[in-house]
Design a protein around this ligand. Structure first.
Ligand code: C2E
Ligand code: CA
Ligand code: CA
Length: 757
């Protein structure tokens, strides 16, 4: 360093102070943070400190008088270069890019060598044309280091998206470039001015550099796929310009000289090697990027499992290899409730946990899992059907466990339904078509979902059933729409007098293709498919319309309603509207419900029943005595009638059953409910029921359910039979003598030729 005035030493000392103190401070802070990437911060701040100490030494020496180059301070400062290089080379570790450090090094080498060629031709060799002395060689070494650091800083600033890196590298670059100029290129008076400029620059640049170093985010950076190509282009342009400009200058020098010396040739070779090496690395990076893109295209972003595309391509591969396999599909039961009640982020958390639990089970079994979308998953198992079924059970369990790991689900317990289908088995079983197996597996899943928390294996019988069900569903929808469902009516009589007091409406469906379908079958289907609402409306309308005809003038009509209808918010209003339309009093309508809905007193259906009861509509509990009859709740319900199940009446000969029926009849009368005994088929049954005090009855003994058009005739017949009775029986006489009633039930006996199934 050559300079005699006070300016230069002041600048040097100032920058030395800033660099030393700032570097030490940052080093101390980074030490405390202690993350993995702190190496960058630490090495760079140490480099600053070492640099600063060297500058301080130099400054002090300069204050005493001019110093020879290289002074001791210059040598110390030079030691900062390897530290800085080591620090900068750590930066690429934050990215997932392969060989990023190598590429960075090669690019710096390329640019550094190109810059060096210019320095060599125009500064050292060219203008002087004299052999180099020792001082020249040291100067050259220092310059080379500075150039390399400069090149490295340039590339780092361009390639990195982190603001801290960009600020620190740009600041350092500015400083090093200034150093280069002041120390080596500015003799005499210029040097003196630059000394002041250098001092001013130090005051600003060092704090900026150190803040930049502090601000660098040590966590791995995620360069988005969209940003990556743009950053790559910018980097390409800058490095190319940084190599090409000096090269052109150098070639201009060659032109002037007419020959190339060995050092220039060696430097030129350095540039070419750097360039070629970088191209190789870039090719590899592009390859790795494409691999990663392909990988991402086959991955579900939320759960990290393979996606539908991955499954399809794996199934394709399976077809060509023909190895045994089973396809499983899985669906989370009640997942919609989570999404609906707790929001989508809760839903996502469930999916992530379920996927995790499921995947670990699959991995231990050597199977691969996929997410098909929503809450639907698939698994490809290479095991036999037996083992795959076990896997399915374990996966079903894993869904429960995984979902339970999500906090805040409250009362929602999530389970999983699984469908299985064989692609091919070792014994040759299976179609061998993986895509078909996937469809079959989904078909089986549909069945599993009907019951929830189940595993279903696809087979042909199941498929046939599924097809029949699908056809029936279609036909039923059409029947409801075209009002092809017709209500038949069955009389309800007072046992003692034979007087008809009401009718029950029973739905009948005769389909052109399917023939007569039993109500138990199509009602259940309607409930599963939601068609019950349309069907129920039809039933109500036809039944209430019947009451408006003269034949049924005095009667009540019982209409069966499903809990699903009762839970429909518009149901009560709808019933009221239909009654109003036909001008029928509410007390003539009896709604028959099964007791199952009373299990939960908070059920919307129970509220609806209370409202209907308040309107004056009569409520009957249907099928009492079947399944789990509970007596405790009866007095708390809005019920008026108890219908004793026909399956109980069917065994009416049996003494124990008679005791049960008697107990129900007694209880009903104690609670003020009317008891209707269903399924009375024989005079004997009627006789004994009457003897035990049952008041109303219904059954084939009197009439089967008949079409509306035939009801007037049936009612006429029953009335005339009643008139034929020589002696009416007083209702409710429990101890009525057998002699009185023995013959009158026979008076009603007719062949129930309609609908008697
Ligand atoms: P349910 O309400 O218990 O209807 C009485 C069933 O007993 C009817 O069967 C009727 O035909 C049958 N039955 C009548 N007398 C006798 C008899 O003396 N002996 C025997 N063994 N059976 C007799 P059906 O018509 O097959 O209806 C079956 C079930 O389908 C009904 O049972 C009811 O739960 C449901 N259902 C029928 N129509 C409708 C409807 O419009 N809406 C709803 N939600 N359910 C309906
Ligand atoms: Ca009924
Ligand atoms: Ca019943």
């Amino acid at each position: 360093m050559a300079g005699s005035s006070a300016a230069l030493p002041t600048g040097v000392v100032l920058s030395g102070v800033f660099a030393t103190l700032g570097g030490a401070l940052v080093a101390r802070l980074s030490w405390r943070r202690g993350t993995r990437m702190e190496g960058f911060r630490l090495l760079l701040s140490l480099a600053a400190t070492v640099w600063g100490v060297g500058q301080l030494m130099l400054g002090v020496q300069l204050i005493g008088g001019p110093a020879d180059f290289p002074a001791a301070g210059d040598i110390v400062s030079m030691l900062a270069a390897p530290l800085a290089v080591a620090g900068l080379l750590r930066l690429p570790r934050r990215t997932a890019e392969p060989q990023a450090g190598l590429r960075l090094g090669l690019e710096a080498l390329m640019i550094g060598a190109a810059g060096q060629m210019v320095l060599w031709r125009f500064w050292f060799r060219g203008p002087r044309g004299v052999p180099l002395d020792g001082g020249d060689l040291v100067a050259l070494a220092i310059l080379s280091c500075e150039l390399l650091v400069l090149a490295l800083l340039l590339v780092c600033a361009v390639r990195d998206t982190d603001r801290g890196v960009v600020v620190a590298c740009t600041g350092l670059g500015t400083y090093v470039a200034g150093e280069l100029l002041t120390t080596h290129a500015a003799p005499g008076a210029v040097g003196e001015h630059l000394g002041w400029v250098g001092a001013a620059v130090s005051c600003v640049v060092w704090p900026v550099i150190l803040l930049g170093i502090l601000a660098v985010d040590a966590r791995p950076s995620v360069t988005s796929l969209r940003a990556a190509p743009r950053a790559e282009l910018r980097r390409s342009v800058v490095t190319s310009v940084a190599v090409l400009l000096p090269m052109m200058l150098f070639m201009y020098g060659l032109l002037l000289d007419g020959y190339a010396d060995p050092v220039s040739l060696a430097l030129g070779a350095g540039v070419v090697i750097g360039f070629a090496g970088r191209e190789v690395v870039r090719g590899r990076q592009a390859h790795a990027l494409l691999d990663r893109l392909a990988e991402q295209a086959h991955r579900d972003p939320l759960t990290g499992l393979g996606n539908r595309r991955a499954l399809t391509s794996d199934l394709d591969r399976l077809r060509s290899t023909g190895t045994p396999a089973v396809v499983l599909t899985l669906d989370v039961d009640r997942f919609k409730e989570v999404n609906g009640q707790l929001g989508h982020s809760a839903g996502d958390a469930v999916l992530v946990e379920v996927a995790r639990a499921m995947d670990s089970v699959c991995q231990s079994a050597g199977a691969r899992s996929y997410r098909l979308g929503g809450d639907e998953f698939a698994i490809l198992s290479r095991a036999g059907l037996g083992e795959s079924r076990e896997l399915a059970e374990r996966v079903r369990h894993a869904v429960r466990v995984g979902a339970a790991a999500v906090p805040g689900l409250g009362r929602i317990v999530l389970t999983g339904s699984v469908g299985l289908a064989v692609v091919k088995q070792a014994d040759g079983h299976g179609s061998g078509d993986p895509l078909r197996a996937l469809t079959e597996s989904i078909e089986a899943l549909r069945f599993a979902k009907l019951e929830r928390n189940r595993v279903w294996v696809y087979d042909e019988a199941l498929a046939e059933q599924a097809r029949r069900r699908a056809t029936m569903e279609r036909r039923l929808a059409l029947a409801v729409e075209t009002r092809a469902i017709e209500m038949h009516f069955q009389p309800i009589v007072q046992l003692a007098t034979g007087r008809v007091t009401g009718i029950e409406a029973l739905a009948r469906w005769r389909d052109a293709d399917l023939g007569v379908v039993a109500p138990d079958v199509f009602i259940a289907l309607a409930e599963q498919t939601g068609l019950i609402h349309g069907l129920g409306r039809l039933a109500l309308e036809q039944s209430i319309a019947m009451l408006a005809t003269p034949a049924a003038a005095e009667l009540k009509v019982g209409v069966n309603v499903s809990p699903l209808q009762l839970r429909d918010p518009g149901f009560v209003t709808e019933v009221a509207a239909i009654l109003h339309r036909y001008s029928v009093e509410p007390r003539r309508l009896v709604l028959e419900v099964t007791e199952g809905i009373f299990v939960d007193p908070n059920d919307r259906a129970v509220h609806a029943l209370r409202e209907l009861s308040a309107l004056g509509v009569v409520i009957a509990i249907d099928d009492f005595g079947e399944g789990y009859s509970s007596w405790g709740y009866l007095d708390r319900l809005p019920a008026d009638i108890l219908k004793i199940d026909r399956r109980l009446t069917g065994q009416a000969g049996d003494a124990r059953t008679m005791a049960v029926i008697r107990a129900i009849v007694d209880m009903a009368s104690a609670l003020g409910l009317d008891a209707v005994v269903e399924g009375v088929e024989t005079p004997a049954a009627a006789t004994s029921l009457l003897a035990m005090g049952a008041e109303f009855a219904q059954g084939w003994l009197y009439s089967a359910a008949v079409p509306a058009a035939e009801l007037p005739a049936v009612l006429r017949r029953l009335r005339s039979a009643q008139r034929d009775l020589d002696q009416p029986v007083v209702a409710g006489t429990r101890a009525a003598s057998g002699g009185v009633v023995r013959q009158h039930p026979q008076a009603f006996a007719v062949g129930g030729d309609h609908d008697v199934a």
